[in-house]
Structure formats: structure tokens, C-alpha cells
Design a protein around this ligand. Sequence first.
Ligand code: ZN
Length: 229
Amino acid sequence: MILDHRKALVVYSGGQDSTTCLFWAKKHFDEVRALCFRYGQKHVVEVDIARGIAERAGVPFEEKDVSFISELSTGCSLTDTSIIMDKEPPTPSPDMPDGRITPPNTFVPGRNLFFLAIAAVYAREHGIMNLVTGVSQTDYSGYPDCRDSFIRSLNVSLNLAMDEQFVIHTPLMWIDKAETWKLADELGVFDLVRNETLTCYNGVKGDGCGECPACKLRRQGLKKYLSSL
Ligand code: ZN
């Protein structure tokens, strides 16, 4: 299979991070597609929001149902309505990149592993060399599969698995939420990201519920960015 270096596939959820990545990809590649997953998330409205934004961006959109992911493990508050969500994102610690910290109960084990593996197979089928994901180690919230070491390792594994030369791009890996807002602004989509995306774990679009850890992180970043202008 010949992979085209001008084509990119964005793992897309309709949130602040992946929407910023969607427009980043549009700037850097000639052909962009978006792949979205239903994984049993309670805030499944994000899939419709993602589709709508992709349409507005003129990006072909596809969704895949991988709900079995949430059936493999228990204890995740994003997929199990009986579990109360951890309110606070874990406090970053100096030893964060290599030290182990306990992920919050919003962690879905294997999510990014499954998403990127499926994305790579999909990309191969469509001759797409570049995979784009919005993970960030800076604000990684204790999710081990958002770390750079995991992404690099997976990139190697995917290439070995299919004897291909995929390149996983992580434009947000080393920037914080405030810098992600700045990037959206530079890409000319600040208002779209602020008003149309859904980051909130409780399914509230735009500025969100303000209570869940995803909202808190997003708001802190927005405040920091706006105060820097
Ligand atoms: Zn929220």
C-alpha cells in the first residue's frame, strides 16, 4: 500500500483539542479526513457535534462504533452512569513524565491505543500516511496514553504491525491549554472552538458545565490565554 504524505487522518471527538488539531491538519496537509468513535461515552452527543464541525470545515467525516471498549473494564465514570466522576484533575507533579500517578476515574483504559490502531488500519485502506491526535503530555490529566513515550512507541508498533511508514502527529503534546487556545486563534478558529466544540464530560457545549475536570482545565486555559492578550 502506498501512503500519501499529503493526506492526514484526524482522530476526532469534537472537543477543543481535536478540533484545533483538525484545523491544524487542514493547514498542513492537502487532504484531511476525520474519524470519530462511539466508545460507550455518556456524553455521546459529542459525536453529532463532531460531525457538524467536520461538515462546516469541509472535512469528510466517519464514525466507528467501538463500544466494546467500555465493556472490557469497570470503574470508569465516563462510561458507567453509576460512578461519580472525579471532580479535580490530578495535580501535576515534578516527576510526571516518568513517575506513575493514579489516573482519575475518567480514564478509559486502552482508549487511545484502540483509537489509533483502528485509525491506522483505516488510514492504510485510504492511502493516508499521517495520523493526527490531540493528546497532550502537558495537561495529561494522569492519562498514561496521552504521553509522548506511548505515542512514539505506538507509532513504531503500528509501522511494524503493517510494514508501513505512518507518522503520528501530536501538535498539542508540549503545549498547555492556554497555548492550545492561542493555536486555535492563530488558525482563525478561536470563536468556533470556544462556541461549537464539546469538551465537557457532562455534555454541555461551548463553555460547558464548569464543574467537571475537563471543563475546569479548559476554563483555566481560556482564562490564562485571554488575560495574556
Ligand atoms: Zn463540564
